[in-house]
Ligand binder design. Sequence first.
Ligand SMILES: [Zn+2]
Length: 259
Amino acid sequence: MDKALAFWLGSCLGSFLNVVILRLPKGRSIVSPPSRCPHCRAQIAWHDNIPILSWLLLRGRCRRCRKPISPRYPAVELVFACLSLALWLRWGAQPLWAGCAILASGVLVAVALIDWDTFLIPDELSLGLLAAAPLICSFNPIIAGSAPAWYSPYLVCLRGAAVGFALCWAVAAAGEKIFGKEAMGGGDIKLLAAIGAWSGGLGAFDCLMVGSLLGSAYGIAQMAGGKLKRSDPIPFGPFLAAGAVFNFFYVLPLGFPFV
Ligand SMILES: [Zn+2]
């Protein structure tokens, strides 16, 4: 029962993420007005706005004008529903932390797709994640579980942010020297600082490694397929976000509370 609930809540959050991804870069409100068809501007009724299902039932078309609606909307809902379920299965015994990890993953999914679309990471998301870290770090079972003192989680959080910032800044500076162009932007640096604050210094390092690996694999595959030239920019945020979500499962050793 709790698993079905995690999946369903995840799909609803995914539906909200679609709104955030669409409206935040344009500076529009994410709470009002209600969703409309991008073609005919008809307001979408609640029964046509049920995550995943409505898109399938309407066969990917608007009820009024029958023009196609992007399959990305149900895809985001489905992926985030699965991710929420997976995080619940991993952390269900610590429901408070499970909730934090699910919400943070939602922010990371929004970061990934906004950066993919616009090559920008909104400060509201990266700095918001950074500001939330000290509020939730004592719920993190990996950090707090082995912490010798009450303030230890806050130290891990602070050091993690500093390490994330410094690591990403160093890689960005080195990249600019070697390739003579901007490989990573200020948005990536703020994002990795936030990720460090959530998962510690070694977590930030792991995330940068996983992100670089995924980003290079994508770049090489696209260039091999002739879809991308060497000079074409690739946003790095989606790969860092993937690394950060991967961190939430604590597969790699993170070395808490020493880093
Ligand atoms: Zn329409």
